[in-house]
Design a protein around this ligand. Structure first.
Ligand code: HAM
Length: 435
């Protein structure tokens, strides 16, 4: 009986990254890493596996119960493959809570798994840039994190016609719902949960849930009106709310710095994760075909305290996924034609009158001096070796037959200009370094 042929497809919702895919990913994450380091964020990372409890505590039912890949290990521990980074980073901050200096600026670019229905912009495995600031309670950190999010798109050449940051505030949201419905904090929370699902369920189901909570058509209409109000109109409905003040301060600072052209107030942004307490935001591509959020983030006041009780270190940050970013860059033509990062890459071609080890010695010298090089492996004719050099993205070939080996003078051919230059073998490193 023959062995059945195995599938070449990766697991549903995951991707193979062939070299050209890796080049693209390394290119955009490289630019992002550069901006974040330049903005004084330090990189960290954590484990792929975490105790399931850390998501159950605050991430919300959808993520913790329905989307997390979890299992029991051989020691009987309930584990999850990380679906997000925020609980991990809060745990890590808690682990050194007294040794760190605040405001702390950290970033990471890990991969996550979520059991979601794969669709455009959403997969089961994805990478996500996380940037967070811990230990600053004022709107200044919210401003800073939104300004960093905007920089991460501007660095690719994106402008305000291509994306918008949609901003709201959880505290304001709860307070304005209480103000227009006349409910107390508990009652307003129940209404907020229904309002959160407004865009995701049919209108009749939404209205029915509102009736169940005791709201009449007039109050439902008042809530509908919030979606088209300006910040000034909306915050005037609950002027005493700390959330109103935070929203107003944040938008005033964005306007003063000329960043308001990238931002809109959006009452529909609430965010599914339970831990957010203040400012919340999502970044959307203005192109309708990339309609899923590219970034999601906000302020969470109580996560670090889950790991060290009686500690109040607040955080604010965002997650920015690779899937929607790639769609964004392609739709707006922001990927350069060539992603090759090699200024110089050499193929040392082979001739029968020189031994394999002589070529290996030369490639060893070059590679250890930082010049990207390889010697051809095999016995194909010179023309075929050149074809291989071109297909492998080499910029030059080095020609060293028996006579060149003896004279110590090798030939270098530029594959773009076809020009050939004689260079002393001992000078090769200097020659390529000077290009
Ligand atoms: P999130 O809204 O769940 O937030 O995800 C943030 C971003 O990650 C999304 O806007 C999207 O770009 C990407 N993303 C999420 N799920 C998927 C998926 N299934 N496939 C592809 N991309 C996806 C969080 O994860 C928060 N922990 C972010 C955060 C950091 N908040 C504060 N700090």
């Amino acid at each position: 009986m023959s062995t059945p042929q195995l599938s070449v497809q990766p697991y549903k919702g995951t991707r193979d990254f062939y070299p050209e895919d890796m080049r693209l990913r390394n290119w955009f994450f490289g630019k992002i890493r550069q901006v974040l380091e330049c903005a004084s964020f330090d990189e960290y990372n954590g484990p792929m596996l975490e105790s399931l409890d850390i998501y159950a505590a605050k991430s919300g039912v959808e993520l913790a119960s329905e989307q997390t890949y979890n299992f029991t290990d051989r020691g009987g521990r309930q584990l999850a493959i990380r679906p997000e980074m925020t609980p991990t980073v809060a745990r890590m901050v808690a682990g050194r809570v007294n040794a760190l200096s605040y405001p702390l600026r950290w970033f990471s670019i890990p991969n996550f798994y979520r059991y979601e229905r794969p669709q455009r912009g959403r997969l089961r495995e994805f990478w996500q840039v996380n940037a967070d600031i811990f230990g600053c309670d004022s709107y200044e950190a919210d401003f800073e994190i939104i300004s960093v999010a905007i920089k991460l798109l501007r660095v690719f050449g994106a402008d305000e016609t291509m994306f918008k940051v949609h901003i709201n505030n959880r505290r304001f949201f709860n307070d304005v719902i209480a103000a227009v419905t006349g409910k107390d904090a508990e009652g307003a929370k129940a209404v907020s949960k229904v309002v959160d699902r407004k865009g995701k369920v049919p209108r009749e189901a939404y209205v029915k849930d509102m009736y169940t909570l005791g709201l009449d058509d007039e109050k439902i209409a008042k809530i509908d009106a919030l979606y088209t109000m300006s910040i000034a109109e909306a915050t005037a409905l609950c002027p005493e709310s700390r959330g109103s003040a935070e929203l107003s301060e944040l938008f005033a600072a964005l306007a003063e710095c000329g960043l308001d052209k990238y931002c809109v107030f959006d009452f529909g942004i609430i965010r599914g994760l339970d831990y957010y307490t203040g400012t919340v935001f999502e970044v959307f591509d203005e192109a309708p075909e990339n309609n899923r959020a590219m970034f999601g983030g906000g302020r969470y006041d109580n996560l670090v305290g889950l790991f060290v009780h009686n500690t109040a270190i607040s955080g604010v940050g965002f997650g920015f996924g690779d899937v929607t970013l790639e769609n964004f860059l392609n739709i707006h033509g922001l990927v350069p034609a060539s992603l090759l990062s090699y200024k110089v890459k050499l193929l040392i071609t082979r001739f029968n009158d020189v031994s394999f080890t002589e070529y290996e010695k030369l490639s060893d010298e070059l590679v250890l001096s930082g010049i990207p090089a390889m010697c051809y492996l095999g016995t194909k004719k010179f023309g075929k070796q050149i074809d291989y050099a071109v297909a492998s993205g080499c910029t030059h070939i080095v020609i060293m037959g028996g006579s060149e080996l003896e004279s110590g003078m090798v030939k270098v051919k530029d594959l773009a200009t076809r020009e050939e230059t004689e260079v002393a073998r001992a000078e090769l490193v200097n020659y390529f370094n000077a290009l």
